[in-house]
Write a protein that binds this ligand. Structure first.
Ligand code: GTP
Ligand code: ZN
Length: 366
């Protein structure tokens, strides 16, 4: 019997391609029309120039639909901007900076390039890719990692494959009994943690929070968001109810990574809201997926939850995945002058169940 089965093989192909992009090396998307691609976010000028030479100056910048819209280039599947003669700095500006002169020429991007953004996103890189066509027999891009659109789609199943590697009691402030359950698996993912508070009764809906990691808010008490408050408030609520489960997901910056989140913060300081700042970087409104959360709940034997959230997408995702959500309980953090716009954007543009007038009224002055 072979060591790797078909599912293992597509997963490995995908993880190699993700790692290669992250290290700044090109990958080849092999299809009817093949392309070599590098992530602008991961390369310096030297590799940009080498890539241009290998492509005989037929290279273009692939911009997602969100980035194209932000630049005023109307397309459905994103835009391809020819880069012949375009220096590295200008390519990077076009890829993800603000206040950039619109490119003179562009064409609609081939639809299969969208698959490449799945890889850049798993690599926690901005979805601005330099691409070039690769013809059969072309040796300029020989020896690179190759992946097909089919591999990329088939590997998605691995996003929900997890196993428990350790579980141990860690007493927390305000939570006398907490057990940290560490999960390993997913696709190009670090270990993730579920915190089982108290002794949840699994035969009844379990108070549950699906919490996306926020280094700035959870750990350092940033005033720009409500994450730290929500984290601690949820744990306290679970303890007061005798039990609950908090899933701490490896999804910094709504899955875009700390680098993109800090760039987005920079754009927010110039006046963009959270959604427009992410769009300027090429991201959609909220790229998170919750397959890992569903898999972790299943591993823990949880079939029914009371979800602690204001985010209707989390409720909808669990329901369509077959987890019963009997109730949604709001988790409200402190409103500050620094997070007021963030909370208002969540309510107005992302449909979170937050009362905008209450956000204004409960502002805490600091
Ligand atoms: N891209 C981006 N991400 C942010 C920003 N501010 C906070 N985040 C991230 O947003 C995510 C918030 O996650 P959660 O608190 O689980 O979820 P939520 O969607 O706000 O929904 P709730 O369950 O109601 O809290 C975290 O991953 C943060 O790192 C921002 O300005 N831009
Ligand atoms: Zn936060």
């Amino acid at each position: 019997m072979a060591f790797l089965d078909q599912q293992d093989i597509v997963r490995r192909t995908c993880e190699i391609a993700v790692a290669e992009l992250r290290y700044g090396r090109p990958v080849v998307l092999a299809s009817d029309r093949s392309f070599a691609a590098i992530a602008l976010d991961a390369v310096g000028e030297r590799d940009y120039v080498r890539f241009a030479a290998a492509s005989a100056d037929r290279h273009s910048l692939y911009l997602t639909r969100d980035r194209s819209d932000a630049l005023g280039l109307a397309t459905r599947s994103g835009a391809l901007v020819p880069l012949d003669g375009v220096p590295f700095n200008r390519a990077r500006d076009l890829g993800y900076r603000l206040d950039v002169a619109k490119p003179q020429a562009f064409s609609p991007a081939p639809a299969e390039l969208i698959d490449l953004t799945v890889l850049s996103s798993l690599a926690l890189l901005l979805p601005a890719l330099v691409v070039t066509p690769v013809e059969p027999g072309d040796t300029a891009f020989a020896g690179l990692a190759r992946i097909t659109p089919h591999d990329i789609r088939a590997s998605a199943a691995a996003e929900a494959q997890f196993e428990i590697v350790a579980r141990t009691i860690v007493p927390l402030r305000d939570v006398p009994k907490a057990e940290f359950v560490v999960f390993r698996g997913g696709l190009s993912q670090r270990d993730q943690v579920a915190i089982v508070v108290g002794d949840p009764d699994l035969s009844r809906p379990v108070p549950t929070r699906i919490h996306s990691s926020c280094l700035t808010g959870d750990l350092f008490g940033s005033l720009k968001c409500d994450c730290g408050d929500q984290l601690r408030e949820s744990l306290r609520l679970m303890a007061s109810r005798g039990g609950g489960i908090l899933l701490y997901l490896d999804q910094e910056g709504r899955g875009t990574g700390i680098g993109a989140k800090m760039r987005a913060y920079g754009y927010q300081s110039l006046g963009l809201d959270t959604i427009d700042a992410d769009a300027a970087l090429g991201f959609g409104a909220d790229p998170r997926r919750y397959g890992a959360a569903v898999a972790m709940l299943e591993c823990l034997g949880v079939a029914s939850v009371e979800l602690l959230t204001n985010n209707p997408t989390k409720v909808a995702y669990l329901k369509q995945a077959g987890i019963s959500v009997t109730r949604r309980t709001p988790v409200i953090g402190e409103v500050t002058k620094d997070n007021r716009d963030y909370l208002t954007t969540k309510a107005v543009r992302a449909g979170h169940t937050l009362d905008v007038s209450a956000i204004a009224a409960t502002l805490v002055s600091r």
